[in-house]
Design a protein around this ligand. Structure first.
Ligand code: A2P
Length: 268
């Protein structure tokens, strides 16, 4: 695993374990335990996943030193006007006294600037290591940066070969924002793609591993998710091969602006 330096000097492991849709029962707990055992040291959750409690227990029960695990959670839309309370509630559920990264989950038009100012205040009080945003388009980032003082460390967005957001990556690079790719496997919808299958065969890897590797080589933080122990292990086994330039370009060309989740372009 490698680390990427954020615009405030903090390091983030470039591969993380996503927990969206992992049920707040044994599923989230067992999957996070498996991920930590497999070597993941970065766990991404959110208030709206309703599994922060299970994630927190799995982290605690793993026995791994807190400082060795990078933990991210997110502020949900209905909490924008009470971000401090929401953050404290997340910490309580996670059984932690800080998170490494706190994100605004979605760029809600009327409240995102106020929410970000509260995150800026909490960050300046050193209550979390870094702050960032999620699902922000260039328009949302420009709006935020023109009205507030701290540039987000991270923008976590849907990003995979079928949603290759080149303009957004270029914009983020220019402004020192690291792009974090969620649903890097296109939510499992494109695992039969023939270009990817050919590359998988050539590298003796799976299509999923090719997709994760492609995103990492674009300089992203990548957070695949799975509830299956074999696939959890498979998704971290991507540091022993490399895609060459022409392979990267062939994958870039698969873009078809496929949003498997939200399309925040429509949000003012
Ligand atoms: P499962 O949890 O049964 O493994 P994304 O992270 O892009 O949203 O994709 C998540 C989806 O991809 C889930 O349905 C997950 O199913 C599936 N998935 C995760 N890892 C792999 C893999 N290595 N091979 C095939 N499917 C995978």
């Amino acid at each position: 695993m490698e680390s990427i330096k954020l615009n405030n000097g903090e390091l983030i492991p470039n591969l993380g374990f996503g927990t969206w849709q992992l049920k707040p029962t044994g599923e989230a707990y067992n999957s996070v335990r498996t991920a930590l055992d497999a070597g993941y040291r970065h766990i991404d959750t959110a208030h709206i996943y309703f599994n922060e409690g299970s994630v927190g227990r799995a982290i605690k029960d793993s026995g791994i030193d807190r400082k060795e695990i990078y933990v991210a959670t997110k502020l949900w839309n209905w909490d924008h006007k009470k971000a401090e309370k929401a953050y404290e509630r997340s910490l309580k559920k996670l059984k932690l006294d800080y998170v490494d990264l706190y994100l605004i989950h979605y760029p809600v038009s009327k409240t995102r600037i106020g929410a970000w100012k509260t995150l800026e205040k909490m960050y300046s009080e050193k209550r979390m290591k870094s702050i960032g945003v999620s699902n922000f388009t260039i328009k949302h980032l420009e709006d935020l940066m023109s009205k507030t003082s701290i540039v987000p460390a991270i923008n976590q967005v849907e990003f995979h070969p079928f949603l290759y957001q080149k303009e957004l990556i270029d914009f983020c690079n220019k402004h020192g924002i690291v792009l974090e790719a969620y649903s890097p496997l296109a939510h499992g919808q494109k695992l039969g793609d023939t270009t990817l299958a050919d590359l998988a065969e050539k590298h003796k890897k799976s299509v999923a591993q090719i997709m994760i590797r492609w995103s990492l080589q674009h300089g992203n933080v990548v957070i695949p998710k799975s509830k299956n122990p074999d696939r959890i292990k498979q998704n971290i086994d991507i540091f022993d091969f490399e895609l060459n330039d022409s392979e990267m370009q062939a994958i870039d060309a698969l873009n078809e602006n496929l949003h498997t989740c939200w399309n925040p372009e429509k949000t003012a």
